[in-house]
Design a protein around this ligand. Structure first.
Ligand code: RIB
Length: 319
């Protein structure tokens, strides 16, 4: 199904080493608790999305920065193992990005990111990769690199007619110009509420109102990620559709949203409709939460299609 000859997806974003502890619950402010396991996993929202694309068999390149430390080479290898072209990933003096993650027994997590080399991804890094960006069928980015770099990326994408998928995480103020240059915006519920509020909308927790508020700010499409409740899709053609999640037992949800984005882009790039792409992405994300870690949990095409066609699809899809 995946057309290997189609244009590459280019990811511009963060690369982190995730330092992960498992615990019964996420500690409250001031609380000290015991954890049960400690592991390191390659992560970072940008790198996770690139690995998701690579595992699904679509050509993918990453633009980003690693630190000149022990983590840097491990993180580069993890990208390359998944088939990600890392020629535009530079190694820079200082430390790589790290994320401190607590995974609760429920599979939910809390994350603190220290940017390290990710903070040094500059607009100039994009200018030297103009040919790569122009060659892309779609560009994916997130908010773990400097905002001026994301703004510049959006200008480049608009100039060359390359669709830009923005995962607006972690939530941060976005300029009106940036929102208008985005093809797909993919917040989770918390992020969507943050952006809707900043746009003056009192959407509460109603995903349809959130969706409409975000679409009104300019992006051509919004995929509002609702975790175990699936995704709410909307675009300027009038599409408003809920796509449910697959009923799987979640072990670790870290990187599931990134997996969704990578797979959504692969679906859209390979001729699937928006809804088909979201179902494909829901299957990939569903498979990812059954395993630990971020990049280590990204499924390949066979695993994704197995879940997609498993008959596990819930019937409560509604507009
Ligand atoms: O989206 C999950 C990712 O967020 C983790 O891999 C962590 O590195 C942070 O960037």
């Amino acid at each position: 199904m995946i057309d290997k000859a189609s244009k590459p997806i280019v990811v511009v974003g963060s690369i982190n080493m995730d330092l992960v502890v498992k615990a019964d619950h996420i500690p409250l402010p001031g609380e000290t608790i015991f954890g049960s396991h400690f592991q390191t996993f390659p992560g970072g929202k940008g790198a996770n999305q690139a690995v998701a694309v690579g595992r699904l068999g679509h050509p993918v390149s990453m633009i980003g920065r690693l630190g000149a430390d022990g983590f840097g080479e491990q993180l580069r290898l993890s990208l390359e193992d998944a088939g990600v072209d890392t020629q535009a990933v530079t190694t820079t003096p200082g430390s790589s990005g790290v994320a401190l993650i607590v995974v609760a027994a429920s599979g939910e997590n809390s994350i603190v990111v220290v940017s390290g080399a990710n903070a040094l991804v500059t607009p100039g890094d994009l200018d030297v990769q103009i040919d790569l960006i122009r060659s892309a069928g779609m560009v994916l980015t997130q908010l773990e690199i400097p905002m001026e770099t994301i703004e510049h990326l959006a200008v480049i994408c608009e100039r060359y007619g390359v669709p830009l998928m923005l995962d607006p995480a972690p939530a941060a103020p976005l300029s009106p110009q940036l929102l208008k240059r985005v093809s797909w915006m993919t917040p989770n519920e918390t992020e969507a509420a943050f952006y809707a509020k900043s746009l003056g909308s009192d959407a509460g927790a109603d995903s349809l109102i959130l969706l409409r508020a975000l679409l009104g700010a300019g992006p051509q499409g919004v995929a509002l990620k609702l975790g175990g409740n699936g995704v709410h899709l909307g675009d300027h053609t009038g599409l408003e559709q809920r796509v449910p999640a697959f009923p799987v037992k979640a072990i670790d949800t870290t990187g599931a949203g990134d997996c969704f984005n990578g797979a959504l882009a692969v679906g859209l790039m390979n001729g699937m409709s928006t809804i088909e792409s979201a179902r494909f992405a829901a299957a990939a994300a569903g498979a990812s939460v059954t395993r630990s870690g971020a990049q280590s949990s990204m499924p390949n095409l066979a695993e994704t299609e197995a879940l997609l066609h498993s008959g596990a699809w819930p019937t409560n899809s509604k507009g």
